[in-house]
Design a protein around this ligand. Structure first.
Ligand code: AMP
Length: 394
């Protein structure tokens, strides 16, 4: 059992929160605050209950070096604006100065520590580092769903130092949505998978085969399936080592309508080609060409399938949406998901690149649940154990 933050007496206590403040940032300006907003229920609860809050997080991949561009300071400022209160900041997470700031905290105050990954100790799950981090708190709360599939000092090593440990409302909320999605979704449930990596999604397809009514597959991952069907995929990306696993899934679903593949593709000779993209149907991608987005017929078909959905789960773009020539599939799908959500369907988005796509089209607030964790949500839904959650168990 993982205890909820709501079960602790946190009054006047130092609550050390592992948060996920890893938000997109450019030139010190936060591009999207959705992960920060998702943390507010936990922070507001601590404030209401007169706790002393110490926040720690990573940002990006500084690879163990101090990188000013990846400082958490500007993120602390946005958080301070959202909470309408000042936040104390320490430039080093385990320095004497940082410990003194924590010791001097008054109830209802917040202390934010600098990027945990400015030293390799965090990702190496260094014992000494986790024991030092633990000095910041009486109670440990993990509310960083986005890193729950990682085994790091601030979410796994640190657990040894706390009998008072639990999860915040953000993690509680994520688990509830995903538990319901896999165990008792409102049907019909339509799952849409895309993106380029097949390995992380095969076990997910397997898990959803008995739960979902239809599983739409798009993006680069589709070509591993087409290869398994013996189709010509030109130069499209595919994963050779997973062709047989894709074949097994095709065999399992042979006489069903469960898997839905695109019927046409937007193709070009390379990602960067200046040539006009061409549309090929699923059986005729020419040698020298690669599929970079789903085509207009596929978009229409996917939209009509979504029309029946009570629940929609989406993970992974339909094409190389970062390039405007190949974004139409992802963009149309995102708009359709929003449209059906407005009409009453529940939409759950698995974070990662699908979240980036929603952000690009300014739609992050228009879905039922946008997960704060891409990799973590995939692993949770695939039935894998997330180390940080497992260690939180009492
Ligand atoms: P993933 O991390 O597996 O969700 O993959 C996301 C990436 O897949 C995005 O950066 C897309 O550009 C890329 N992608 C989507 N469709 C294709 C495609 N047809 N060919 C190559 N890459 C793709």
């Amino acid at each position: 059992m993982i205890k909820s933050i709501s079960t602790f007496d946190i009054k006047h206590k130092r609550v050390l929160i592992r948060a996920d403040l890893n938000v997109p940032i450019s030139d010190g300006v936060v591009q999207d605050d959705f992960r920060l907003r998702a943390l507010l229920p936990t922070l507001n609860y601590c404030l209401k209950n007169n706790a002393k809050i110490v926040l720690m997080s990573h940002l990006g991949r500084p690879k163990g070096k101090i990188d000013k561009k990846l400082s958490l300071m500007p993120i602390g400022e946005v958080l301070a604006d959202l909470l309408e209160m000042p936040i104390k900041f320490s430039h080093h997470c385990v320095s004497e100065d940082a410990f003194n700031v924590t010791l001097g905290l008054k109830s209802g105050e917040i202390h934010l520590l600098e990027n945990l990954r400015f030293s390799n100790d965090e990702v190496e799950n260094n014992k000494d580092f986790s024991s030092k981090l633990a000095k910041h708190g009486d109670v440990f709360i993990n509310d960083a769903f986005g890193t729950a599939h990682r085994e790091h000092a601030s979410n796994v090593g640190i657990i040894d130092h706390f009998s008072n440990r639990g999860m915040g409302f953000l993690i509680e909320n994520e688990i509830q949505y995903f538990y319901k999605l896999i165990n008792k979704p409102k049907k019909p449930l339509i799952v849409i998978l895309g993106g380029s990596k097949v390995d992380s999604k095969l076990s997910l397809i397997d898990r959803f085969l008995n739960v979902a009514d239809r599983i739409i597959i798009g993006g680069g991952m589709v070509f591993t399936f087409l290869k398994a069907q013996g189709k010509n995929i030109g130069n499209s990306i595919y994963q050779e080592n997973l062709v047989s696993a894709a074949f097994d899934i095709l065999e399992k679903t042979k006489n069903t309508q469960k898997l839905v593949f695109p019927s046409d593709y937007i193709c070009n000779t390379s990602f960067e080609s200046k040539k006009k993209p061409v549309i090929y149907s699923k059986n005729e991608i020419k040698d020298g060409y690669m599929g970079l987005d789903i085509g207009p017929r596929s978009i229409k078909r996917f939209q009509s399938i979504l029309n029946d959905a009570e629940t929609i789960f989406w993970n992974g773009p339909m094409g190389v949406f970062e390039n405007e020539n190949y974004e139409e599939g992802t963009k149309s799908l995102a708009s359709s998901i929003v449209e059906f959500t407005e009409k009453g369907s529940k939409s759950i988005i698995g974070g990662g690149d699908s979240a980036s796509a929603l952000r690009k089209y300014n739609l992050t607030k228009n879905v039922t649940h946008l997960s704060t964790g891409g990799g973590a949500s995939l692993e949770l839904l695939s039935g894998k154990t997330l180390p940080a959650l497992q260690r939180l168990e009492i």
